[in-house]
Design a protein around this ligand. Structure first.
Ligand code: HEM
Ligand code: HEM
Length: 289
């Protein structure tokens, strides 16, 4: 998938998730805002209580989305026979879509009432989703090839060299000018000693202010408008690459530890979920059947 196509794919998925959340939230807003003791007298009680036809449906569909999202990504990542189907990052986007929308449906299924053993499953799910957001941010900091395989520092250094050559030819820049603009990204040599929270903070601040600093130093070169724009984009890409080289080892280490939250909590969530489903069926809650 081309970059532009990929961007549209992600925007469509995220818009669908947001739309569903808003529509279902608005549909049940009055019920969710009603105190627990008054809910049995609410006109939507029969359909919106956790075992009601609609909310029970949310639980089933949401759980199926989560199970599908995990199975698809994990199988594509681990099974050699599937390695020819699509690209791993595209599967990851779909994992995120299903495993973000599924938990939202499950949230509506609970009707914001978190009792019993299954509450442990719910809070595990919440921890997984929150850790997922951090994990996704770390994941994109680790440079990968088109198929999603991790690149080494040597690969990145080579890419940096290719970029320098292109800048010298396409924009007739001297090595000193490139070095001067690069120094904006080189200034954070202390980055190698930072812990996880500091790194996340550094990345967020860097993402927010990088554009400004690079754009103003490119503007100072006094180029034509269109050339200025493409040079600024080239330097942004270069800066991101520099930063990735600088932080590669730490980010990889943190990402390794990150699996310790995301995966074991998934196991806890699924085990309790299956007990919850068993108990529901045993008590005769068979949804529409
Ligand atoms: C990760 C997925 C799920 C989570 C976290 C979850 C969580 C919950 C919670 C917190 C409640 C409310 C408990 C209370 O009344 O205080 C509930 C109720 C219920 N859930 Fe789920 N649920 C999930 C999936 C499912 C699925 C897939 C089914 C059906 C097969 C299901 C069937 C039910 C039923 C029937 C009730 C109502 C039980 C009653 O009123 O006594 N749930 N669930
Ligand atoms: C209840 C929801 C979720 C569950 C149960 C879940 C479960 C999992 C599991 C089991 C894996 C490991 C796959 C493997 O290595 O075989 C995984 C990977 C991953 N998940 Fe989730 N996930 C959920 C939601 C999310 C969300 C909401 C995000 C991001 C916003 C996310 C981001 C990631 C990332 C970045 C990986 C890739 C790890 C890698 O390939 O090294 N997950 N997830």
């Amino acid at each position: 998938m081309k970059w532009q196509g990929h961007k549209v794919y992600v925007i469509v998925l995220m818009s669908l998730a947001a739309l569903l959340t808003i529509v279902l939230g608005l549909y049940g807003a009055d019920y969710y805002a009603t105190p627990l003791s008054d809910r049995p007298f609410h006109p939507q009680y029969d359909e919106l209580k956790p075992s009601g036809i609609i909310s029970h449906g949310y639980g089933i569909v949401g759980s199926l989305m989560i199970i599908t999202g995990v199975t698809m990504y994990s199988s594509r990542k681990r099974l050699r026979v599937l390695s020819g189907i699509g690209k791993l990052p595209t599967f990851l986007e779909f994992h995120i879509f299903l495993c973000l929308t599924g938990p939202l449906l499950v949230l509506y299924h609970t009707t914001f009432k978190f009792g019993g053993l299954v509450a442990v499953s719910f809070w595990s799910m919440t921890a997984i989703v929150l850790s997922g957001i951090i994990g996704r941010y770390l994941y994109v900091q680790i440079p990968r090839g088109i198929q999603g395989h991790e690149l080494t520092v040597a690969d990145l250094d080579k890419e940096l060299g290719r970029m320098s050559a292109r800048l010298m030819v396409d924009f007739a820049l001297s090595a000193e000018t490139i070095e001067r603009i690069d120094s904006l990204s080189d200034a954070r040599t202390g980055a190698r000693e930072m812990g996880l929270v500091k790194i996340l903070w550094f990345l967020v601040v860097d993402d927010m202010f990088r554009s400004k600093a690079i754009s103003s130093s490119v503007r100072a070169l006094g180029l034509r408008r269109d050339a200025e724009h493409s040079l600024a984009s080239a330097f942004h890409a270069r800066h991101v690459l520099h930063r990735r080289i600088l932080l590669l080892e730490q980010v990889r280490r943190f990402f390794h530890y990150w699996h310790v939250i995301h995966i074991p909590f998934s196991i806890i969530m699924f085990v309790i979920l299956f007990v919850h489903i068993g108990v529901a069926i045993a008590f005769g809650y068979l949804w529409a059947f």
